[in-house]
Design a protein around this ligand. Structure first.
Ligand code: SAM
Ligand code: DTB
Ligand code: SF4
Length: 349
């Protein structure tokens, strides 16, 4: 059996450039090979998003419909009531999500919001769901409070390369983002960190983002790769369309550079046909957002995703993983997949 690809933290620009320069099929083969060394081949984790506080954000992220700096016709909403959030979590669980991700359009959570946020985490955890939040910048104390309440994942994206970052956001720095990420790590939570493709960045920027992520002391456990959703009124609404193969290549290279991480095919799926999404899974994506809405923009209908999974023979991950060992997990998943397949053929007899 081929040795597993090592988990590395010393990727060089020329190595990553060489991956981008590979013929597409060679890259896909390499990515799928690495994928199968660390993950069950036909299993995709599903998370559902909930916008717990919408719009009127003081940050000026040029891609974001929730920034108060742009006029996007978005209805702003105050922090949702804990009960309403937990109702949505229960619905998400009933539809098969294993993780509930709560997002707030804040620069940083305020002290007076924290008790509600902590209640939300506890409630979601009590339902047996994994909990993820994305609330903006966190200091060490805030990170510790969220971790103590049981938060599993914190999402905080770097979005692009350090060089391109200043063209997209001016109200905070790349270093601010890195500081929050290290506070999250220090508090013992899992990191969900990725970026957006299609903002007018070039290949070197994609390389810069992937190198920053993969050369961290520990890889983010979850790496969301978003395709820009162009929203009227934001400064990026007229940016040129991304070449789909460049997006798929980026997923494949994320998979190769961070073999054990979940790579999430995130925003932008409503603008991808089924074949493109299948290629993203082939490239190593093994997580998606499930449910009609992302935070403020549309996501494919749950039924459409179910149909796609059926067509591709993909199983949605069931429940929490019991083991932290990726290899052991892969074995368990394969066994489960075989049992699923047997049940399916038995039922068809
Ligand atoms: N306010 C928090 C923050 O920015 O960290 C959390 C919410 S924010 C909406 C979460 C992430 O969504 C952003 O970091 C960005 O990567 C992604 N995002 C926002 N608008 C997007 C868009 N139009 N298309 C694709 N991704 C987007
Ligand atoms: C991530 O990387 N993508 C999600 C999640 N993390 C929070 C958000 C996507 C938002 C897309 C635009 C919107 O719906 O507002
Ligand atoms: Fe605010 Fe987050 Fe949107 Fe930036 S991405 S404007 S921080 S909600």
């Amino acid at each position: 059996m081929q040795a597993k690809a090592p988990i590395r933290h010393n990727w060089t620009e020329s190595e990553v450039q060489a991956l981008f320069d590979l013929p597409f099929m060679d890259l896909m083969f390499q990515a799928q090979t690495v994928h199968r060394q660390y993950h069950a081949a036909n299993r995709v984790q599903v998370s559902t998003l909930c916008s717990i506080k919408t719009g009127a954000c003081p940050e000026d992220c040029k891609y974001c419909p929730q920034s108060a700096h742009y006029n996007t016709d978005l209805e702003t909403e105050r922090l949702m009531k804990v009960k309403a959030v937990l109702q949505e979590a229960a619905e998400a669980k009933a539809k098969g999500a294993t993780r509930f991700c709560m997002g707030a359009a804040w620069k940083s959570p305020r002290a007076k919001d924290m008790p509600y946020v902590l209640e939300m985490i506890k409630g979601v955890k009590d339902m047996g769901l994994e909990a993820c939040m994305t609330l903006g910048t966190l200091d060490k104390g805030q990170a510790a409070e969220l971790a103590d309440a049981g938060l599993d994942y914190y999402n905080h994206n770097l979005d692009t390369s350090p060089e391109f970052y200043g063209k997209i956001i001016t109200t905070r720095t790349y270093q601010d983002r890195l500081d929050t990420l290290s506070n999250v790590r220090e508090a013992g939570m899992k990191v969900c960190c990725g970026g957006i493709m299609g903002m007018g960045e070039n290949e070197r920027d994609r390389i810069g983002l992937l190198m920053t992520l993969a050369n961290m002391e520990e890889h983010p456990e979850s790496v969301p790769i978003n395709m820009l959703v162009k929203v009227e009124g934001t400064p990026l609404d007229q940016v040129d369309d991304l070449e789909p193969f460049d997006f798929i290549r980026t997923i494949a290279i994320a998979r190769i550079m961070m073999p054990a991480s979940a790579v999430r095919l995130s925003a932008g799926r409503t603008n991808m046909n089924e074949q493109m999404q299948a290629m993203c899974f082939m490239a190593g994506a093994n997580s998606i957002f499930y449910g009609e809405k992302l935070l403020t923009t549309d996501n494919p209908e749950a039924d459409a995703d179910k149909q796609l999974f059926n067509k591709l023979g993909i199983n949605a991950e069931q429940g929490e993983d019991v083991s932290n060992d990726a290899h052991e997990q892969a074995i368990l998943h394969n066994l489960q997949a075989q049992q699923d397949a047997k049940l399916f053929t038995d039922a068809a007899k």
